[in-house]
Design a protein around this ligand. Structure first.
Ligand code: NAD
Ligand code: TYD
Length: 349
Protein backbone atom coordinates (compact mmCIF):
# COMPACT_ATOMS: atom_id res chain seq x y z
CA UNK A 1 0.00 0.00 0.00
CA UNK A 2 1.45 3.36 -1.03
CA UNK A 3 0.08 6.35 0.88
CA UNK A 4 -0.03 10.01 -0.10
CA UNK A 5 -0.86 12.66 2.51
CA UNK A 6 -1.58 16.20 1.30
CA UNK A 7 -1.12 18.91 3.94
CA UNK A 8 1.07 16.48 5.88
CA UNK A 9 3.30 19.26 7.22
CA UNK A 10 0.35 20.80 9.09
CA UNK A 11 -1.01 20.10 12.56
CA UNK A 12 -3.31 17.13 11.89
CA UNK A 13 -1.44 15.90 8.80
CA UNK A 14 1.85 15.54 10.68
CA UNK A 15 0.13 13.71 13.57
CA UNK A 16 -1.46 11.39 11.00
CA UNK A 17 1.91 10.73 9.33
CA UNK A 18 3.58 9.89 12.66
CA UNK A 19 0.78 7.48 13.48
CA UNK A 20 0.75 5.85 10.03
CA UNK A 21 4.50 5.24 10.31
CA UNK A 22 4.14 3.86 13.85
CA UNK A 23 1.46 1.46 12.60
CA UNK A 24 3.79 0.16 9.85
CA UNK A 25 2.38 2.03 6.83
CA UNK A 26 5.71 3.61 5.73
CA UNK A 27 6.96 4.76 3.29
CA UNK A 28 4.66 7.77 2.91
CA UNK A 29 4.69 10.68 0.51
CA UNK A 30 3.65 14.10 1.80
CA UNK A 31 2.64 16.87 -0.59
CA UNK A 32 2.54 20.27 1.06
CA UNK A 33 2.66 23.84 -0.22
CA UNK A 34 4.46 24.84 3.00
CA UNK A 35 2.29 27.87 3.76
CA UNK A 36 2.71 29.97 6.92
CA UNK A 37 0.88 27.17 8.80
CA UNK A 38 3.26 24.36 7.87
CA UNK A 39 5.91 22.89 10.14
CA UNK A 40 8.12 20.69 8.00
CA UNK A 41 10.52 20.40 10.98
CA UNK A 42 7.95 18.14 12.67
CA UNK A 43 8.65 15.51 10.00
CA UNK A 44 12.48 15.77 9.95
CA UNK A 45 13.06 12.53 11.88
CA UNK A 46 10.69 10.59 9.62
CA UNK A 47 12.35 12.08 6.51
CA UNK A 48 15.83 11.25 7.78
CA UNK A 49 14.86 7.63 8.46
CA UNK A 50 13.46 7.26 4.94
CA UNK A 51 9.93 6.64 6.26
CA UNK A 52 8.60 9.75 4.55
CA UNK A 53 9.30 11.89 1.51
CA UNK A 54 8.19 15.53 1.57
CA UNK A 55 7.32 17.07 -1.81
CA UNK A 56 6.77 20.84 -1.82
CA UNK A 57 3.80 21.35 -4.14
CA UNK A 58 0.38 22.98 -4.34
CA UNK A 59 -2.66 20.71 -4.73
CA UNK A 60 -3.93 23.26 -7.28
CA UNK A 61 -0.91 22.47 -9.50
CA UNK A 62 -2.26 19.72 -11.75
CA UNK A 63 1.08 18.95 -13.40
CA UNK A 64 2.96 18.67 -10.12
CA UNK A 65 0.24 16.45 -8.61
CA UNK A 66 0.08 14.31 -11.73
CA UNK A 67 3.83 13.73 -11.50
CA UNK A 68 3.54 12.71 -7.85
CA UNK A 69 0.69 10.27 -8.64
CA UNK A 70 2.61 8.70 -11.54
CA UNK A 71 5.83 8.33 -9.56
CA UNK A 72 4.41 7.11 -6.23
CA UNK A 73 1.34 5.16 -7.48
CA UNK A 74 -0.68 5.76 -4.28
CA UNK A 75 -3.46 3.47 -3.15
CA UNK A 76 -4.67 5.72 -0.33
CA UNK A 77 -4.75 9.51 -0.58
CA UNK A 78 -5.50 11.52 2.57
CA UNK A 79 -6.40 15.12 1.69
CA UNK A 80 -5.63 17.49 4.56
CA UNK A 81 -4.20 20.35 2.48
CA UNK A 82 -6.24 23.40 3.36
CA UNK A 83 -6.40 26.94 4.60
CA UNK A 84 -7.89 26.33 8.02
CA UNK A 85 -8.33 29.44 10.14
CA UNK A 86 -11.86 30.92 10.24
CA UNK A 87 -10.59 34.40 11.24
CA UNK A 88 -8.18 34.53 8.27
CA UNK A 89 -11.03 33.46 5.99
CA UNK A 90 -12.98 36.54 7.12
CA UNK A 91 -10.03 38.81 6.24
CA UNK A 92 -9.16 37.08 2.94
CA UNK A 93 -11.62 34.47 1.62
CA UNK A 94 -10.04 33.95 -1.79
CA UNK A 95 -7.09 31.83 -0.63
CA UNK A 96 -9.65 29.55 1.04
CA UNK A 97 -11.69 29.08 -2.12
CA UNK A 98 -8.51 28.47 -4.11
CA UNK A 99 -7.00 25.74 -1.96
CA UNK A 100 -10.04 24.25 -0.24
CA UNK A 101 -12.38 24.19 -3.24
CA UNK A 102 -10.47 24.61 -6.52
CA UNK A 103 -7.60 22.55 -5.06
CA UNK A 104 -9.99 19.68 -4.30
CA UNK A 105 -11.49 19.89 -7.80
CA UNK A 106 -7.97 19.64 -9.28
CA UNK A 107 -7.04 16.78 -6.95
CA UNK A 108 -10.18 14.87 -7.91
CA UNK A 109 -9.41 15.34 -11.59
CA UNK A 110 -5.79 14.18 -11.18
CA UNK A 111 -7.04 11.13 -9.26
CA UNK A 112 -9.67 10.38 -11.86
CA UNK A 113 -7.25 10.46 -14.79
CA UNK A 114 -4.69 8.46 -12.80
CA UNK A 115 -7.36 5.90 -11.85
CA UNK A 116 -8.22 5.47 -15.51
CA UNK A 117 -4.63 4.39 -16.30
CA UNK A 118 -4.73 1.57 -13.73
CA UNK A 119 -5.56 -2.11 -14.20
CA UNK A 120 -9.24 -2.85 -13.35
CA UNK A 121 -8.66 -4.29 -9.84
CA UNK A 122 -6.31 -1.42 -8.86
CA UNK A 123 -8.93 1.11 -10.00
CA UNK A 124 -11.31 0.14 -7.23
CA UNK A 125 -8.69 0.16 -4.48
CA UNK A 126 -7.42 3.71 -5.18
CA UNK A 127 -9.21 5.71 -2.49
CA UNK A 128 -9.46 9.34 -1.40
CA UNK A 129 -10.04 10.16 2.26
CA UNK A 130 -11.23 13.76 2.24
CA UNK A 131 -10.76 15.37 5.64
CA UNK A 132 -13.46 17.91 6.37
CA UNK A 133 -14.99 19.72 9.29
CA UNK A 134 -18.22 19.85 11.27
CA UNK A 135 -18.30 23.60 10.51
CA UNK A 136 -19.95 22.76 7.16
CA UNK A 137 -23.17 22.12 9.12
CA UNK A 138 -23.32 25.64 10.59
CA UNK A 139 -24.42 26.47 14.13
CA UNK A 140 -26.45 24.44 16.63
CA UNK A 141 -28.58 26.01 19.35
CA UNK A 142 -28.40 24.68 22.88
CA UNK A 143 -30.04 21.40 21.75
CA UNK A 144 -29.20 18.86 19.06
CA UNK A 145 -26.09 17.28 17.53
CA UNK A 146 -24.53 16.92 14.08
CA UNK A 147 -24.64 13.53 12.38
CA UNK A 148 -23.78 12.25 8.88
CA UNK A 149 -27.31 13.33 7.87
CA UNK A 150 -27.08 16.95 9.03
CA UNK A 151 -27.89 19.50 6.33
CA UNK A 152 -25.11 21.74 5.07
CA UNK A 153 -25.41 25.36 6.32
CA UNK A 154 -21.92 26.93 6.49
CA UNK A 155 -21.44 30.34 8.14
CA UNK A 156 -17.82 31.39 7.49
CA UNK A 157 -15.91 31.59 4.21
CA UNK A 158 -13.73 28.74 5.56
CA UNK A 159 -16.78 26.56 6.25
CA UNK A 160 -18.32 27.43 2.87
CA UNK A 161 -15.11 26.48 1.04
CA UNK A 162 -14.98 23.14 2.87
CA UNK A 163 -18.69 22.51 2.26
CA UNK A 164 -18.12 23.05 -1.46
CA UNK A 165 -15.25 20.56 -1.38
CA UNK A 166 -17.43 17.91 0.28
CA UNK A 167 -20.05 18.39 -2.46
CA UNK A 168 -17.37 17.99 -5.15
CA UNK A 169 -16.07 14.77 -3.59
CA UNK A 170 -19.60 13.31 -3.45
CA UNK A 171 -20.30 14.38 -7.04
CA UNK A 172 -17.07 12.73 -8.28
CA UNK A 173 -18.07 9.57 -6.41
CA UNK A 174 -21.56 9.44 -7.93
CA UNK A 175 -20.65 10.63 -11.43
CA UNK A 176 -17.21 9.12 -12.03
CA UNK A 177 -17.27 6.25 -9.54
CA UNK A 178 -14.25 7.44 -7.53
CA UNK A 179 -13.73 5.50 -4.30
CA UNK A 180 -13.94 8.15 -1.59
CA UNK A 181 -14.61 8.57 2.11
CA UNK A 182 -15.44 11.93 3.72
CA UNK A 183 -14.84 12.70 7.38
CA UNK A 184 -16.35 15.68 9.21
CA UNK A 185 -14.53 16.25 12.47
CA UNK A 186 -14.97 18.62 15.38
CA UNK A 187 -12.27 20.96 16.82
CA UNK A 188 -8.87 19.33 17.30
CA UNK A 189 -6.20 20.21 19.87
CA UNK A 190 -2.78 18.89 20.84
CA UNK A 191 0.95 19.35 20.06
CA UNK A 192 2.16 21.39 17.06
CA UNK A 193 -1.09 23.34 16.58
CA UNK A 194 -0.37 26.71 14.97
CA UNK A 195 -0.84 29.47 17.59
CA UNK A 196 -3.64 31.24 15.73
CA UNK A 197 -6.14 28.67 17.09
CA UNK A 198 -7.83 29.14 20.47
CA UNK A 199 -5.93 26.69 22.69
CA UNK A 200 -2.29 27.39 21.69
CA UNK A 201 -3.01 31.13 21.34
CA UNK A 202 -4.32 31.34 24.90
CA UNK A 203 -1.41 29.28 26.30
CA UNK A 204 1.22 31.46 24.66
CA UNK A 205 -0.52 34.76 25.43
CA UNK A 206 -0.88 33.75 29.09
CA UNK A 207 2.83 32.85 29.28
CA UNK A 208 3.68 36.28 27.83
CA UNK A 209 1.41 37.97 30.41
CA UNK A 210 -0.85 39.27 27.64
CA UNK A 211 -4.64 39.64 27.73
CA UNK A 212 -6.60 36.51 26.72
CA UNK A 213 -9.13 37.69 24.10
CA UNK A 214 -12.39 35.76 24.50
CA UNK A 215 -14.79 36.58 21.66
CA UNK A 216 -18.20 37.87 22.83
CA UNK A 217 -19.58 36.23 25.97
CA UNK A 218 -17.36 33.13 25.64
CA UNK A 219 -20.42 30.85 25.90
CA UNK A 220 -19.89 29.41 22.41
CA UNK A 221 -19.48 25.63 22.54
CA UNK A 222 -16.94 23.50 20.68
CA UNK A 223 -16.66 19.68 20.85
CA UNK A 224 -12.95 18.98 21.43
CA UNK A 225 -10.99 15.99 20.13
CA UNK A 226 -7.30 15.21 20.70
CA UNK A 227 -5.41 15.16 17.40
CA UNK A 228 -4.09 11.61 18.02
CA UNK A 229 -7.67 10.35 18.40
CA UNK A 230 -8.52 12.07 15.12
CA UNK A 231 -5.54 10.42 13.38
CA UNK A 232 -6.72 7.04 14.68
CA UNK A 233 -10.23 7.68 13.32
CA UNK A 234 -8.84 8.69 9.91
CA UNK A 235 -6.81 5.49 9.59
CA UNK A 236 -9.86 3.40 10.56
CA UNK A 237 -12.07 5.27 8.08
CA UNK A 238 -9.45 4.84 5.35
CA UNK A 239 -8.80 1.15 5.88
CA UNK A 240 -12.19 -0.13 7.09
CA UNK A 241 -14.69 2.46 5.82
CA UNK A 242 -17.32 1.75 3.20
CA UNK A 243 -16.73 3.29 -0.25
CA UNK A 244 -18.73 6.52 -0.51
CA UNK A 245 -19.29 6.70 3.26
CA UNK A 246 -19.22 9.79 5.45
CA UNK A 247 -18.10 9.65 9.07
CA UNK A 248 -18.84 12.34 11.67
CA UNK A 249 -15.97 12.33 14.17
CA UNK A 250 -16.02 13.97 17.59
CA UNK A 251 -14.77 13.55 21.12
CA UNK A 252 -18.02 13.86 23.09
CA UNK A 253 -16.27 16.73 24.91
CA UNK A 254 -18.42 19.83 24.60
CA UNK A 255 -16.97 22.81 26.44
CA UNK A 256 -17.69 26.55 26.30
CA UNK A 257 -14.76 28.69 25.21
CA UNK A 258 -14.70 30.24 28.66
CA UNK A 259 -14.42 26.77 30.26
CA UNK A 260 -11.50 25.95 27.94
CA UNK A 261 -9.68 29.20 28.72
CA UNK A 262 -10.21 28.76 32.47
CA UNK A 263 -8.92 25.16 32.10
CA UNK A 264 -5.75 26.46 30.42
CA UNK A 265 -5.28 29.06 33.15
CA UNK A 266 -5.71 26.42 35.88
CA UNK A 267 -3.18 24.10 34.20
CA UNK A 268 -0.69 26.98 33.91
CA UNK A 269 -1.33 28.06 37.53
CA UNK A 270 -0.25 24.54 38.55
CA UNK A 271 2.66 24.12 36.13
CA UNK A 272 4.10 27.66 36.01
CA UNK A 273 2.68 29.64 38.98
CA UNK A 274 2.73 33.44 38.59
CA UNK A 275 2.04 36.11 41.26
CA UNK A 276 -1.71 35.82 40.55
CA UNK A 277 -3.90 33.42 38.55
CA UNK A 278 -3.60 33.61 34.77
CA UNK A 279 -7.41 33.81 34.69
CA UNK A 280 -7.07 37.50 35.62
CA UNK A 281 -5.83 38.05 32.05
CA UNK A 282 -9.16 37.02 30.48
CA UNK A 283 -10.71 39.87 28.51
CA UNK A 284 -14.00 39.75 26.59
CA UNK A 285 -13.54 41.37 23.16
CA UNK A 286 -15.80 42.11 20.18
CA UNK A 287 -17.35 38.92 18.84
CA UNK A 288 -16.29 37.22 15.58
CA UNK A 289 -18.65 38.11 12.69
CA UNK A 290 -20.89 35.13 11.84
CA UNK A 291 -19.68 33.29 14.96
CA UNK A 292 -21.29 29.84 15.19
CA UNK A 293 -22.80 29.38 18.65
CA UNK A 294 -22.37 25.66 19.17
CA UNK A 295 -20.89 22.58 17.48
CA UNK A 296 -21.47 19.05 18.76
CA UNK A 297 -20.95 15.71 17.03
CA UNK A 298 -22.77 12.44 17.63
CA UNK A 299 -20.02 9.97 16.59
CA UNK A 300 -22.31 6.92 16.99
CA UNK A 301 -21.90 5.71 13.41
CA UNK A 302 -18.08 5.56 13.39
CA UNK A 303 -18.11 4.11 16.91
CA UNK A 304 -20.54 1.35 15.96
CA UNK A 305 -19.39 0.56 12.42
CA UNK A 306 -15.60 0.93 12.77
CA UNK A 307 -15.08 0.37 16.50
CA UNK A 308 -13.42 3.78 16.92
CA UNK A 309 -13.83 5.79 20.08
CA UNK A 310 -11.98 8.85 21.40
CA UNK A 311 -9.55 7.68 24.09
CA UNK A 312 -8.17 10.87 25.60
CA UNK A 313 -10.34 12.65 28.21
CA UNK A 314 -10.36 16.39 27.42
CA UNK A 315 -9.00 17.59 30.79
CA UNK A 316 -6.06 15.12 30.58
CA UNK A 317 -5.33 16.09 26.98
CA UNK A 318 -5.56 19.81 27.77
CA UNK A 319 -3.09 19.53 30.68
CA UNK A 320 -0.71 17.48 28.48
CA UNK A 321 -1.02 20.09 25.71
CA UNK A 322 -0.20 22.92 28.13
CA UNK A 323 2.87 20.92 29.27
CA UNK A 324 3.87 20.31 25.63
CA UNK A 325 3.86 24.05 24.85
CA UNK A 326 5.83 24.72 28.06
CA UNK A 327 8.45 22.15 26.97
CA UNK A 328 8.63 23.14 23.29
CA UNK A 329 9.42 26.83 23.15
CA UNK A 330 12.01 26.03 20.45
CA UNK A 331 9.07 25.11 18.18
CA UNK A 332 6.74 28.06 18.84
CA UNK A 333 9.11 30.96 19.58
CA UNK A 334 10.29 31.31 15.93
CA UNK A 335 6.66 31.15 14.78
CA UNK A 336 5.69 34.05 17.06
CA UNK A 337 8.77 36.03 15.97
CA UNK A 338 8.62 35.38 12.24
CA UNK A 339 5.13 34.33 11.18
CA UNK A 340 2.35 35.36 13.57
CA UNK A 341 2.67 37.43 16.73
CA UNK A 342 -0.84 36.79 18.09
CA UNK A 343 -2.65 39.90 16.82
CA UNK A 344 -6.45 39.90 16.42
CA UNK A 345 -7.59 38.54 13.04
CA UNK A 346 -11.01 38.45 11.40
CA UNK A 347 -12.65 41.25 13.38
CA UNK A 348 -13.48 43.35 10.32
CA UNK A 349 -16.99 43.09 8.93
P1 NAD B 1 -3.10 23.33 9.28
O1 NAD B 1 -3.43 24.72 8.87
O2 NAD B 1 -2.30 23.10 10.51
O3 NAD B 1 -2.30 22.60 8.08
C1 NAD B 1 -2.68 22.69 6.73
C2 NAD B 1 -1.52 22.23 5.87
O4 NAD B 1 -1.93 22.30 4.50
C3 NAD B 1 -0.26 23.12 6.01
O5 NAD B 1 0.89 22.32 6.15
C4 NAD B 1 -0.23 23.89 4.68
O6 NAD B 1 1.08 24.23 4.26
C5 NAD B 1 -0.89 22.89 3.74
N1 NAD B 1 -1.47 23.55 2.56
C6 NAD B 1 -2.24 24.68 2.53
N2 NAD B 1 -2.58 24.97 1.26
C7 NAD B 1 -2.05 24.00 0.48
C8 NAD B 1 -2.08 23.74 -0.92
N3 NAD B 1 -2.72 24.56 -1.76
N4 NAD B 1 -1.43 22.65 -1.39
C9 NAD B 1 -0.75 21.83 -0.54
N5 NAD B 1 -0.68 22.05 0.78
C10 NAD B 1 -1.33 23.10 1.30
O7 NAD B 1 -4.48 22.57 9.32
P2 NAD B 1 -4.99 21.35 10.23
O8 NAD B 1 -5.60 21.91 11.46
O9 NAD B 1 -3.92 20.32 10.33
O10 NAD B 1 -6.19 20.81 9.32
C11 NAD B 1 -5.99 19.79 8.36
C12 NAD B 1 -7.32 19.44 7.72
O11 NAD B 1 -8.24 19.02 8.72
C13 NAD B 1 -7.99 20.60 6.98
O12 NAD B 1 -8.56 20.11 5.80
C14 NAD B 1 -9.06 21.07 7.94
O13 NAD B 1 -10.15 21.64 7.23
C15 NAD B 1 -9.45 19.77 8.61
N6 NAD B 1 -9.99 19.90 9.97
C16 NAD B 1 -9.30 20.60 10.92
C17 NAD B 1 -9.83 20.68 12.21
C18 NAD B 1 -9.09 21.42 13.31
O14 NAD B 1 -9.63 21.57 14.41
N7 NAD B 1 -7.85 21.84 13.11
C19 NAD B 1 -11.03 20.06 12.51
C20 NAD B 1 -11.71 19.35 11.50
C21 NAD B 1 -11.17 19.27 10.23
P1 TYD C 1 -10.71 28.51 16.60
O1 TYD C 1 -9.57 27.86 17.32
O2 TYD C 1 -10.41 29.64 15.67
O3 TYD C 1 -11.52 27.35 15.88
P2 TYD C 1 -12.95 27.38 15.10
O4 TYD C 1 -13.31 28.79 14.84
O5 TYD C 1 -12.61 26.65 13.85
O6 TYD C 1 -13.91 26.67 15.99
O7 TYD C 1 -11.73 29.06 17.68
C1 TYD C 1 -12.35 28.19 18.61
C2 TYD C 1 -13.36 29.02 19.39
O8 TYD C 1 -12.64 30.00 20.14
C3 TYD C 1 -14.31 29.80 18.49
O9 TYD C 1 -15.60 29.82 19.10
C4 TYD C 1 -13.73 31.20 18.46
C5 TYD C 1 -13.08 31.33 19.84
N1 TYD C 1 -11.88 32.20 19.91
C6 TYD C 1 -11.81 33.20 20.90
O10 TYD C 1 -12.74 33.39 21.70
N2 TYD C 1 -10.68 33.96 20.93
C7 TYD C 1 -9.65 33.82 20.06
O11 TYD C 1 -8.65 34.58 20.14
C8 TYD C 1 -9.74 32.77 19.07
C9 TYD C 1 -8.63 32.55 18.09
C10 TYD C 1 -10.88 31.98 19.05
Amino acid sequence: MSILVTGGAGFIGSALCRRLIREGHAPLTVVDKLTYAASPKTLEKEQASGALELVEADICDTDAMDTVFKRTQPTLVFNLAAETHVDRSIDGPEAFLKTNTLGVLRLLEVMRSHRDTLAPDARDTLRLIHISTDEVFGALGSEGVFTEQSPYDPSSPYAASKAASDHLVRAWTRTYGLNTVITNCSNNYGPYQFPEKLIPLMILKALAGERLPVYGDGQQVRDWLHVDDHADALIKAATLGEPGATYAIGGRAERTNLQVVHGICAALDAARPASSSYSGLIQHVTDRPGHDRRYAIAPDYIEQSLGWRAQKPFETGLAETVDWYLDNEAWWRPILEQRYAGQRLGAAV
